[in-house]
Design a protein around this ligand. Sequence first.
Ligand code: FES
Length: 106
Amino acid sequence: TAVRVKDRDGSEQTLDAAETTPLMETLRDDGYGIEGTCGGAMSCGTCHVYVSEAWAAKLPPPSEDEKAMLEAISDFAEVRPTSRLSCQILPDIIYDGLEVEIAPQA
Ligand code: FES
């Protein structure tokens, strides 16, 4: 599945996201500086990405737990309406052509 990624330096690449793992793992393993310290338990916030406006509207909304984590990191990170935890972008919603931007390191 092709996912368009804007890196922290502004460069854009298309990566082939695995169809079996959350987007966080692909971003982490492909060297985008995503740490994913908690392994997807929604307790670290190091997998923060911005989904493009167009795509944010197409994804299912974040769960209450995801919203709570985004709220928690908003103390030190720029959380936008399109912010998502990439560990919660699971294979079934990694649509072909999805566009994300890696949020700045908090
Ligand atoms: Fe920790 Fe997503 S990997 S919140």
